[in-house]
Ligand binder design. Sequence first.
Ligand code: FAD
Length: 287
Amino acid sequence: MTDCIIIGSGVAGISAALTLKANGKSFLLFGSPSLSEKIEKAEMIRNYPGLSGVTGKQFAHALQTQLADENIEIINEKVGGVYALKDKFAVLTNDQKTYESRTVILACGVESVKQIDGEETFLGRGVSYCATCDGFLYKDKTIAVFCTSKRLEHEIEYLSDIAAKVYLIAMYKDVAINRENVEIIRKMPQKIDGAKRVEKIVFAMPPSQNLPKELAVDGVFMLRECVSPAILMGGLDVKDGHVVVDRDMSTNLSGCFAAGDCTGRPYQYAKAVGEGNVAAHSVSKYL
Ligand SMILES: Cc1cc2nc3c(=O)[nH]c(=O)nc-3n(C[C@H](O)[C@H](O)[C@H](O)COP(=O)(O)OP(=O)(O)OC[C@H]3O[C@@H](n4cnc5c(N)ncnc54)[C@H](O)[C@@H]3O)c2cc1C
């Protein structure tokens, strides 16, 4: 069993990984080989000590080089759930794999696109966050897929192979999905509705000329880069969408720490890096 699992490959997760490495602890770092869209997309960084006039792409490249120099690998799997057991954590990924660790650092960032009304109410009753876990339930059915990132298009393709019809609510540019059973919608839905289970997705106005305000669907998949921490981990103390932490970045769950944007504002690299470092030292002390 590994000492720590870090969820998130933004600067908070990377900072935690570098510190754990220096402290001689074993760990697994989950995220994306391209690190984070919030690094890549920064036009010019001016407020980080030692870096002036550096683009997000240059910053990402420097971080990737540093990770390679330290032999730190990123596991390219999305974490779907974290379970606090008696004296360890079980981390389940959307690839249906389970990993175990003594501690966890949540460095999963925040999603800028807000939750949709009904999303939490119908979670497990037609709303899913994991294409590969639940996709098979919707064979030959009609589903809506709400997606915030081009990087998740492989999950849309997977779902469109299974479902008869997919309404793709795309909240990102340059959609590259071109399939007969996928209809692209560019409007934010108002709510997910139904009785016992999801029955429809409702828009304030018809989302296009050929579609009505309400679309009958059997299920809704929410594909976001960042899953809300409360959904990721049951029992976690969360306030206004942010993980509640102490000065040492510990959460209300023993052995679970958090760092970066997921703990609250200001959303800035320097704060995320500092918190990742503190979280890793706290993990070492805890162990
Ligand atoms: C366009 C833009 C420009 C910015 N410019 C600046 C700037 O100039 N200066 C500044 O200080 N700040 C800037 N920021 C803010 C800064 O990007 C963030 O504060 C910082 O990236 C937060 O780092 P983080 O590690 O907490 O989260 P993130 O960078 O959001 O990283 C979180 C990572 O976790 C991964 N993840 C999430 N959930 C899971 C999961 N379930 N399983 C696996 N991986 C998961 C995500 O894919 C992502 O890789 C900018 C933000 C944007 C969007």
